[in-house]
Design a protein around this ligand. Structure first.
Ligand code: ADP
Ligand code: MG
Length: 263
């Protein structure tokens, strides 16, 4: 038999791939308020292991708050959030456990400016995982090579382009061997010519089977890798569908309006 051409293989065999996958994250009737402001309203979401979800929606709709609740950067006030079988409560030990398993990449990179690229990558493995320095450095170099910047390892973040800094941020997360990766608009602070290098890194992660929740308005990325696209508005998940159905036949007027503005 001829070997299958990987470029021609469909990425989205979601239905078969995910059918028997265990649950990675579940949110049940999650509600959150900032003071009197009701920011998340009865959010229900089940993410399967290996699933790639793109979250989009207007500014202020609660996208960042939603993903920040998943690693407890924000606290929800009602409902249940379970990550890899661990329920998020006030138990600090469990929060630590979850933060080790969940990597997060922010819009503004959030690298430590006074540490080199390599030190940014080894800090958490050494201090949180108690990994020997040499081992942490070897792992960091492996991930810096994967994001194609091994030669920047001894520079400081300020000496790198935005796209390079964001790839360092991704490599830094991967050094903790996360089971789930959260991305909050990872390309929206970048100059246009740097967006692709970051998206390519994310596509690579998706191809390796990482469970990913990505807040992004990069709809090409959504079409290419998402198993599901979720549209949020005013703190609610308004729509959740395969990328094909989402773009071809959005169900709600609010989704249609949003897509007409960004596409
Ligand atoms: P998105 O990421 O979709 O733009 P956010 O989750 O950042 O939305 O914010 C949702 C709403 O909550 C916005 O109206 C925002 O102003 C408000 N908000 C976000 N963070 C806070 C906070 N720490 N305190 C009070 N209000 C907040
Ligand atoms: Mg946001």
């Amino acid at each position: 038999l001829p070997e299958a051409d990987p470029d021609l293989a469909p990425r989205n065999t979601s239905a078969t791939r995910l059918a028997s996958a265990p649950t990675a994250v579940s949110l049940e009737r999650v509600n959150k308020w900032y003071g009197a402001f009701h920011v998340l309203r009865d959010v229900d979401l089940t993410v399967r292991k290996g699933e790639r979800i793109v979250i989009c929606g207007p500014s202020g709709s609660g996208k960042s708050t939603l993903i920040r609740c998943i690693n407890r950067l924000e606290e929800h006030q009602a409902g249940r959030i379970v990550v890899d079988g661990i329920e998020l409560t006030n138990d600090l030990k469990r929060i630590d456990e979850i933060r080790r398993e969940v990597g997060m990449v922010f819009q503004h990179f959030n690298l430590f400016p006074h540490l080199t690229v390599l030190e940014n990558c080894t800090l958490a493995p050494i201090w949180v995982k108690k990994m020997p320095k040499a081992e942490a450095e070897a792992i960091a170099m492996r991930y810096l090579t994967r994001v194609k910047i091994p030669n920047q390892a001894h520079k400081y973040p300020g000496q790198l382009s935005g796209g390079q800094q964001q790839r360092v941020a991704i490599a830094r997360s991967l050094c903790m061997a996360p089971k789930i990766m959260l991305f909050d608009e990872p390309t929206s602070a970048l100059d246009p010519e740097m967006v692709k290098e970051v998206l390519d890194t994310m596509v690579g992660l998706a191809d390796e089977g990482m469970t990913m929740l990505c807040v992004t308005h990069e709809m090409g990325f959504a079409r290419q890798v998402a198993d599901r696209v979720i549209f949020m508005d005013e703190g609610q998940i308004v729509e959740s569908n395969t990328p094909d159905a989402f773009f071809r036949a959005p169900q709600h007027e609010r989704t249609r309006l949003f897509l007409s503005q960004i596409l």
